[in-house]
Write a protein that binds this ligand. Structure first.
Ligand SMILES: Cc1ncc(COP(=O)(O)O)c(C=O)c1O
Length: 411
């Protein structure tokens, strides 16, 4: 069974994006945010590509996500960027995952378990400088950090903060000033500062003061620009293309009502095509009468409501359109492109949500050098059939990869 609706994940684009980002940030480390299954792209395969492109650390949101990366063969440091449930501490220690310290209470429990198990508990301390989500509150952060530092068994590898409004330099500079003030007080108190990090994608592109020793981007790894930012010369290549095929096509007279709720009525004799992609695949219902897809190199509008498994297109202006024609939902076909950023804007959301929404039943086909190097079966997170090894082997000869990228004009 090969459902025509699938996502192509271009692993070479991942590598190219890292080279672009490295060129922009200079000699700093990169912690790649690959949480949420690498924003819907597939964490195992994408992380192998990132690893070989020289990323230094990986950031995830759940202990399970970190364990899945370890099981997929990722050996570099992994930080859990969100509070760690107490019951996960043993697993964190077993799999050598860095916890994010967001309270003294957690640090104390983490330290106790480390001592008991004769291990060093890796940690990055998160300071809330204005995000208002998690982290040590900034007004008491110096005292809290000095107290955490005195706990035995902890290996404090980093201190970080997260920017709430990184597209806005003024607000970000206020947060960075608070962060820097705390850091200089810690230094005055005799603390040797570990690795400092603050920059997500938007700050990576446009706030050099946030780069510090390590950046922590997510969205730009996947070739997508955050809304309302200046790219500053960083040329990204989108990684995900969502494709499907026309499953059904019919001619209807003017005045025909289309789909659930009859929200669209044809104004002329029309050809309506049915595409097997719906909101369970992550093609959100908000695209009803708002979305567009590409058929035979031309944009055509979504008509009527997006259903759970199907969406309707008005292909009247593409008279050659036939059943089985390829349809590009996001991405490029011929000279036409539908950007994820553009579609996110249409439904008043961010590109991150669009890629994260691409459903588990949509097969991910991993592409490198024009070849499919693996397919994620429906519903599974870590691909069966050793996809991670396939990807790793494919890039084993890094010099060959670099030559290839140079030939493509990307290195
Ligand atoms: C703590 C933390 N760091 C980094 C990122 C990456 O953000 P972005 O995708 O905007 O680069 C996120 C994403 O939400 C995050 O929560």
């Amino acid at each position: 069974m090969a459902r025509p609706t699938h996502a192509d994940i271009d692993l070479d684009a991942v590598i190219r994006n890292i080279y672009e980002i490295k060129h922009h940030i200079g000699n700093r480390k990169i912690c790649a945010a690959v949480k949420a299954d690498a924003y819907g792209h597939g964490a195992a395969a994408v992380s192998h590509a990132l690893n070989l492109a020289g990323v230094d650390l990986f950031g995830v949101a759940l202990t399970e996500e970190a364990v899945q990366l370890r099981n997929a063969g990722i050996k570099k440091p992994i930080i859990l960027l969100a509070p760690v449930p107490e019951e996960d501490i043993k697993t964190m220690l077993e799999f050598d995952i860095s916890a994010c310290i967001t309270s003294f209470d957690f640090a104390e429990k983490y330290s106790e378990q480390a001592v008991k198990n004769n291990k060093i508990a890796r940690a990055h301390i998160n300071i809330d400088t204005g995000m208002g989500r998690v982290g040590l509150p900034h007004h008491n952060a110096v005292e809290d950090i000095l107290a955490v530092k005195r706990l035995p068994g902890l290996g404090i590898e980093g201190i970080f903060t997260h920017l709430a409004f990184s597209e806005d330099e003024e607000t970000s500079n206020v947060q960075l000033a608070i962060f820097n003030h705390i850091l200089s007080r810690l230094k005055d108190a005799g603390m040797k500062l570990p690795m400092l990090h603050a920059a997500n994608s938007a700050a990576t592109l446009q706030i050099p003061e946030a780069h510090m020793q390590c950046i922590r981007p997510g969205l730009i790894l996947y070739g997508l620009y955050p809304p309302n930012i200046k790219p500053n010369g960083v040329e990204l290549t989108p990684v995900l293309t969502l494709r499907s095929k026309i499953a059904f096509c019919k001619k209807v007279p003017a005045g025909t009502k289309i789909g659930y709720g009859h929200t669209f009525t044809t104004r002329r004799e029309s050809v309506i095509a049915t595409i097997p992609v719906g909101y369970h695949d992550g093609y959100m219902r908000q695209y009803s009468n708002k979305g567009e897809m590409i058929v035979r190199g031309r944009r055509v509008p979504v008509v009527g409501r997006v259903c759970m498994d199907q969406t309707l297109l008005d292909v009247t202006d593409v008279p050659e359109a036939r059943v089985d024609d390829e349809v590009v939902v996001y991405g490029q076909q011929g000279g036409e492109r539908i950007g994820i950023e553009e579609m996110a804007k249409r439904i008043d959301t961010i590109p991150n949500e669009v890629t994260c929404a691409v459903g588990a039943r949509v097969r991910r086909k991993y592409i490198s050098k024009g070849q499919v190097v693996g397919v994620t079966p429906e519903g599974s997170f870590v691909p069966s059939g050793g996809l991670s090894e396939v990807v790793a082997n494919l890039y084993a000869d890094k010099r060959a990869t670099q030559r290839q990228l140079a030939q493509n004009g990307a290195a």
